[in-house]
Design a protein around this ligand. Structure first.
Ligand code: A3P
Length: 318
């Protein structure tokens, strides 16, 4: 198996070199209509090559980057494990959500043994549904897709990538250049709208398998949304739990203010030394509508227009 893996990686590394791509904003490759970073692409190719054995109990937290992945990973981890941990010594207090809920692509890329993980296995993924579907869907596993309005998602992505990339290359990408790329679809795991629609359509076709969650709704009514998540994952809260305020405890534990202020998520902690991303980078403002502090009215109107066009007829709007 290890030899098969090594050969696959060598083959994919070679393939990745031959694909159209650029390194303006983030090393990425256009593959089957999506702009994937090398790790994401190789993760997908390993899936295609059957290096992952999905199980019906698997749960995937899917998202386009910067749409609330960290938050939903924390909320689902806390909800599923609510009978195992108390809220005083909880793993989320000492461990970043991305360590507790690793990205599937990353596990595959690093040849981590996922078979022996206890069920339900909980993974994150930034791959669009179209690139995952054939390898995991038939197992009956569940997807929770978290989505966010494209203006906030874009601003959050631009700031995040510039910050992370400034640690290994000096030049920043201007807001204008990043905006142009984003509107043309050339964003990390983009086009943003195609990514969203891949899961939106899946959630309409198979609502028991794909749950669509909006960041803005999580902000507005976290308790109702956590209840919805738990019901979807077949672990609804009992009346006793509701009366005891368990949902509120989970919401509080996973809140931006709480996670952002934990020692493990402070500036210098880095749970993953193979990247320049630090735990703190996943927490910036955690607000709805911060795009107003960055985008001009023209930029906002342009994004709104693209969004309206792309989502027309889908039943989805922001
Ligand atoms: P901002 O940059 O707008 O602040 P992701 O987790 O997908 O990388 O998304 C990161 C975005 O979610 C950032 O948005 C970040 O601040 C916000 N975020 C992280 N943890 C959060 C939480 N617990 N509650 C609300 N927002 C959170």
């Amino acid at each position: 198996e290890s030899q098969r893996y090594k050969e696959a990686i060598r083959k994919y590394d070679e393939l990745v070199q031959t694909l159209p791509g650029d390194d303006v904003w983030w090393t990425r490759h256009l593959y089957k209509g999506f702009w994937l970073p090398s790790g994401g692409l190789i993760g997908h190719l390993l899936l295609e090559d059957h290096h992952f054995h999905s199980k019906p109990t698997d749960i995937l937290v899917a998202s386009s980057p910067k749409c609330g992945t960290t938050w939903v990973k924390a909320l689902i981890f806390a909800s599923l494990n609510r009978n195992i941990y108390d809220f005083v010594t909880h793993p989320l207090i000492t461990t970043n959500p991305h360590t507790l809920v690793p990205f599937l692509e990353k596990c595959l890329y690093r040849n981590e043994n996922t078979d022996s993980l206890p069920s339900p296995r909980l993974f994150g993924t930034h791959l669009p549904y179209t690139l995952l579907r054939d390898y995991v869907k038939d197992s009956g596993c569940k997807f929770v897709y978290v989505c966010r309005n494209p203006k906030d998602a874009f601003v959050s992505m631009w700031l995040f990538l510039n910050k992370v990339m400034s640690r290994y290359r000096p030049t920043e990408v201007s807001l204008q250049d990043a905006f142009e790329m984003f509107t043309k679809g050339a964003s990390i795991f983009g086009p943003f709208w195609d990514h969203v629609l891949s899961y939106w359509n899946a959630s309409l076709e198979a609502p028991y398998q794909v749950l669509f969650v909006m960041y803005e709704n999580l902000q507005r009514e976290p308790v109702a949304q956590v209840k919805r998540l738990a019901e979807f994952l077949d672990t609804p809260f009992s009346m006793e739990e509701e009366k005891a305020g368990v949902i509120q405890d989970i919401v509080k534990l996973c809140s931006f203010d709480n996670l952002n202020n934990l020692e493990v998520n402070k500036v210098e902690s880095n749970s993953d030394p193979s990247t320049t991303i630090k735990n703190h980078d996943f927490f910036r403002k955690g607000k709805v509508g911060d795009w107003k502090n960055y985008l001009t009215p023209e930029m906002a109107a342009c994004l709104d227009q693209i969004t309206a066009e792309k989502l027309r007829g889908s039943g989805l709007s922001f």
